[in-house]
Each structure stands twice: as structure tokens, then as C-alpha cells.
Design a protein around this ligand. Structure first.
Ligand code: AMP
Length: 191
């Protein structure tokens, strides 16, 4: 199965993606985690930061989006790896219309298709509260505010994009984790 998870910061993308990865035995590809790891590599060992980390650091720290070209190049490489062949859940990608279109082109090239886009929906107040509570390094109040604004502006148009392609599943994520997961599995027909 090939899935993308859409949602604002704190919507529960990572939590639900990890559960789906275990349940469906597909690769879990979390672009935010991958970027943070690439950036942190520098701290451990002077100049060992990867090219990806160098390109992303400024953006991630400020809660801005890493440029589409960087992300599209990265996801192309990642989906070509052997472990992606049996399916995946993309957590945090795509985030812009351009990324979504390029993902479709890439899948066409690979003779693959996306099964569903799962939108985790929660009120803005819930997104803010949950993001502040998890206290990640890039979860400063300013960065959180910026990421929510960018989510509303750049990522919510993707709901329509996937709805028009009959791929969209909308889930209320302002509920307990197990309940959210169960609703997703029911929609996927594996509940
Ligand atoms: P996340 O952990 O998914 O909230 O992502 C953390 C940060 O990584 C975001 O605030 C962005 O700076 C960056 N990022 C992750 N995924 C993407 C993407 N698909 N496009 C652009 N930037 C991204």
C-alpha cells in the first residue's frame, strides 16, 4: 500500500504513520525526521553534515518549507531505494501542490500509484497545544506559528487535489490515538 499523510504540525502524522508502518509492513518515510537527522549530523562531528542537512537547516529551524527542488530530488532518491518497493507511508510529504504533482509524475515513471491521501484534521488550537507540548528543538512558538500558517496556506489546497482524484480520506484527529488509527484502518478496508 502507498499512502501519504497530510496534517498540520501536531495533527498526529508521525504517530499514525508509525502505527500504519507496523500494521501494514510498509516503509515509513518521515521527511521532517530525516531532515532533522541530516542537520544534527553536524553537531556530532564537525563538518560531517550531509548536503541535505546543509540545504535544509535554515528553513527547518525557522519553520519555513525547504525548497521544493530539494525535497523533490530527495524523495525521488528515497522512493528508488529497495525497501520502498513493497509500499510506504509518507509522513510530511507532499506539503505543496508542486510536490504533489511531482510525486504523481514520479509514480507514473515508476509504474506505481498512490492508494490514499489521509488528512488528519484538528482545530488550530489543538495543533498549537500539541506542538508546544512535544518540545522538539524546532518547536519554538514562532516556528510553530509559522508552520501552522504555511500548512493552511500551502498544504490544505492538497486536500482538494486528492479529493478530485478520489484519493482523499478525511479523519478527525482530535480523538484518542487508537480511535484515529481504527478509523484509518476501516477506511483502508483492513480494520
Ligand atoms: P515535520 O517534522 O514534518 O513537521 O517537518 C519539520 C520541518 O521539516 C518543517 O517545518 C519543514 O521545515 C521541513 N519539511 C519537512 N517536510 C517537508 C516538505 N515536504 N517540504 C518542505 N519542507 C519540509
Amino acid at each position: 500500500m502507498r499512502l501519504v499523510i497530510l496534517g498540520g504540525p501536531g495533527a498526529g502524522k508521525g504517530t499514525q504513520a508509525e502505527l500504519l508502518h507496523r500494521r501494514l509492513e510498509v516503509s515509513w518515510i518521515a521527511t521532517g525526521d530525516i531532515l532533522r537527522t541530516a542537520i544534527a549530523a553536524k553537531d556530532a562531528d564537525g563538518d560531517s553534515q550531509t548536503e541535505l542537512g546543509r540545504q535544509a537547516q535554515n528553513y527547518v529551524e525557522r519553520g519555513e518549507l525547504v525548497p521544493d527542488e530539494v525535497m523533490i530530488h530527495f524523495i525521488r532518491q528515497r522512493l528508488l531505494r529497495a525497501d520502498a518497493a513493497s509500499g510506504w507511508v509518507l509522513d510530511g510529504y507532499p506539503r505543496t501542490a508542486f510536490q504533489a504533482e511531482e510525486l504523481d509524475f514520479l509514480l507514473e515513471d515508476l509504474h506505481q500509484h498512490l492508494d490514499y491521501a489521509i488528512a488528519l484534521e484538528a482545530p488550530e488550537s489543538v495543533l498549537t497545544r500539541r506542538s508546544l507540548a512535544r518540545g522538539r528543538e524546532d518547536d519554538t512558538p514562532e516556528a510553530i506559528q509559522r508552520r501552522i500558517a504555511l500548512f493552511l496556506e500551502r498544504t490544505t489546497p492538497l486536500l482538494e487535489y486528492y479529493e478530485m482524484r478520489h484519493r482523499l480520506i478525511r479523519i478527525n484527529s482530535d480523538q484518542p490515538i487508537d480511535q484515529v488509527q481504527q478509523e484509518i484502518l476501516n477506511h483502508l478496508g483492513v480494520g
